[in-house]
Design a protein around this ligand. Structure first.
Ligand SMILES: [Mn+2]
Length: 425
């Protein structure tokens, strides 16, 4: 039995508009918003059932700094339920819910403590049975953009106490999230705290043990890139100050991306079986969670040309979820295809073509001259008309060297295919 226990969660993003989906309906977005509220309710339920001493929330409780009445009401309901069970809440504000955001007027109950933004402050946490004193330190974002390293402001904590630091920050410049309150893992480890309760990065991850440096991740994935389980951490601490962590999955809707290789597929009907197998691999047949999936066809082979008939494939794939559901009729969760994309290449033996066709030979020689730096220059030139317009530029995804190489490879094969097709005519 631990001396005391707590939950650590972050990035609730309640009232997120879920705009990152390629295909979605107002009904699906509403479903996702409801799912994020359900995840919050389940967190509160877990806190009550496990009789934790307090809950830490590491920023971005709401998705935007406007008057999030709906989100504030739901948060407040959860806070009240925690209060009824004597559970305190220690929270900081992040870039999505900074102090200067608009206020809905909803008031928090007394068990909720938001850390101010002017300096790092400290609370002595009340624990039911804990003999080890617990200090919780934290600091909020005053405004959306915080480029200073807030970790620097945390003082050296007291010895003989279990010390927790609550912070919304980007550790070691993690990609895909704004570089707010940039700091390093080594720096956090060296500060002398037992547990860094971090928010901002949405993938749950324990960056370090003893001392603990932890991102709890968000409560629910927000788009296709945020795949897999989402939830919070449950931490039990014994009298000696040893922490034991357990991840609690809270999201009942998950995003998954599925790659299906066509390389050794002979007939279209085989693809169907392969897709069902891919879904089976990723979805727990006995679980109750719902899944939103995106399919990507990869590899090169005979079926490449078949996949070019987007309309037909789309109609055919729209039945896939139903097929899956009828096979697993005892599953209570639903499955829904968000979109599919074709990243396959034609089945062409270039070495043979190169020998017979001097033009293709030249094309391939030209392509071989492209190294990463040349590709970058070439892409920039090519995309310039699109990128120079703010409205069109936002449709161009970030170009990584790997993507560029793939595009170049696809362009090459497309050119070869068009050249050879013409020849056959
Ligand atoms: Mn954030």
């Amino acid at each position: 039995m631990g001396s005391f226990s707590f939950l650590h969660a972050a990035d609730l993003h309640l009232d997120s508009p879920f705009k990152g989906l390629r295909q979605s309906t107002p009904r699906l977005r509403e479903e996702l918003i409801r799912a994020s509220f359900r995840a919050w309710d389940r967190l509160v339920q877990e806190a009550v059932e496990r009789r934790v001493d307090f809950v830490l929330l590491s920023g971005d409780l709401t998705d935007h700094a406007g008057r999030s009445v709906r989100a504030h009401v739901r948060l407040s309901q959860g806070f009240r339920r925690l209060q009824e069970h004597g559970i305190a809440v220690y929270a900081v504000r992040g870039n999505h819910d900074p102090e200067d955001g608009e206020w809905s007027g909803v008031e928090w109950p007394d068990n909720v403590h938001f850390f101010p933004s002017r300096e790092v402050t400290r609370h002595t946490a009340l624990t039911r049975a804990g003999r080890l004193p617990v200090h919780v330190y934290g600091i909020s974002y005053p405004e959306r953009t915080v480029t200073d390293n807030l970790a620097k402001l945390f003082p050296k904590p007291e010895a003989g106490v279990y010390n927790i630091a609550v912070l919304h920050a980007n550790v070691d410049g993690r990609e895909g999230h704004e570089p707010y309150s940039p700091c390093s893992k080594e720096e956090l480890i060296g500060k002398g705290y037992d547990y860094w309760a971090l928010g901002h990065i949405h993938v749950p991850q324990v960056l370090h043990e003893r001392p603990y440096v932890v991102y709890s991740g968000n409560l629910l994935g927000r788009h296709m890139k945020e795949q897999g389980e989402r939830g919070c951490y449950y931490i039990e601490v014994d009298d000696a100050g040893e922490s034991k962590l357990e991840f609690i999955s809270l999201a009942d809707i998950q995003f998954i991306r599925i790659d299906v290789d066509i390389s050794d597929v002979e007939e279209p009907v085989e693809l169907h079986d392969r897709l069902l197998a891919a879904l089976d691999e990723r979805i727990d047949a006995s679980g109750s969670a719902s899944f939103i999936y995106r399919i990507r066809f990869i590899g090169s082979g005979k079926l490449h040309s078949y996949l070019q008939d987007a309309e037909q494939i789309g109609e055919w794939l729209s039945d896939l979820s139903e097929s899956y559901t009828s096979i697993h009729s005892d599953r209570s969760g639903s499955v829904w295809m968000e979109s599919w994309e074709d990243a396959t290449l034609p089945d062409i033996d270039l070495s043979v073509l190169e020998q017979d066709n001097p033009f293709i030979q030249q094309l391939l020689q030209l392509e071989a001259r492209f190294d990463d730096s040349l590709t970058e220059v070439w892409m920039e030139e090519l995309l310039q008309p699109v990128m120079s317009n703010r409205k069109t530029a936002r449709y161009v995804p970030a170009q990584h060297a790997e993507d560029q190489r793939k595009l170049l490879e696809q362009a090459k094969l497309l050119a070869v295919r068009l050249l050879t097709e013409r020849e056959e005519m």
